[in-house]
Design a protein. Structure first.
Length: 134
C-alpha cells in the first residue's frame, strides 16, 4: 500500500492510520524520483501517526522542513488545497475543494477524534497527505 504524509515538528511524519496500520516495513520517499529511506520503528502505534518516527538517514529531516500547523480549525465552505502523491503519477498532485463537514467521530480502532470532510478530488495514494486552507 502507498500513501502520502507530511513532515511535522519533532522529526515525525503524519499520515492516516490505515496507511501504516498493518505494515511490516515502512519506506519514506520525499517524492517519486527521490531516494527511499527506512525509519526505525517503535512498538506502539498511535492513531494517524506512523509508528516509524525517525529516519535512519538523519539528513532526510534536515533536508525536508516540517509543515507549520494551522492554529485554528477551518470553517465549513472554506477553500482548501489537498496535496499528495496518488498512484500512477511521479509528481505532487494538488487539488482544490471546500470543507463540507466537520464532526467528532469514533474511528472504530479504539480512537475517536475530529473528522474534517473535504470535496477535493482524491485518488488512491493521496491518503495521509496534508490539506491547507487557501
Amino acid at each position: 500500500m502507498t500513501g502520502s504524509g507530511a513532515i511535522i515538528e519533532g522529526d515525525r511524519i503524519l499520515t492516516n492510520a490505515h496507511v501504516v496500520l498493518y505494515a511490516s516495513q515502512v519506506e519514506i520517499q520525499a517524492n517519486r524520483a527521490g531516494d527511499k529511506c527506512w525509519p526505525r520503528c517503535s512498538p506502539s502505534l498511535r492513531a494517524s501517526i506512523s509508528p516509524c518516527s525517525r529516519s535512519r538517514t538523519p539528513r532526510f529531516f534536515a533536508e525536508h522542513r516540517a509543515l507549520v500547523r494551522a492554529n485554528s480549525l477551518p470553517r465549513i465552505t472554506d477553500a482548501v488545497y489537498a496535496y499528495g502523491f496518488p498512484t500512477g503519477g511521479n509528481s505532487l498532485a494538488i487539488t482544490k475543494g471546500i470543507v463540507s463537514r466537520i464532526e467528532f467521530v469514533d474511528y472504530g480502532i479504539a480512537a475517536s477524534g475530529l473528522r474534517i470532510q473535504i470535496d477535493a478530488a482524491l485518488n488512491p495514494g493521496n491518503s495521509g497527505g496534508p490539506v491547507r486552507r487557501r
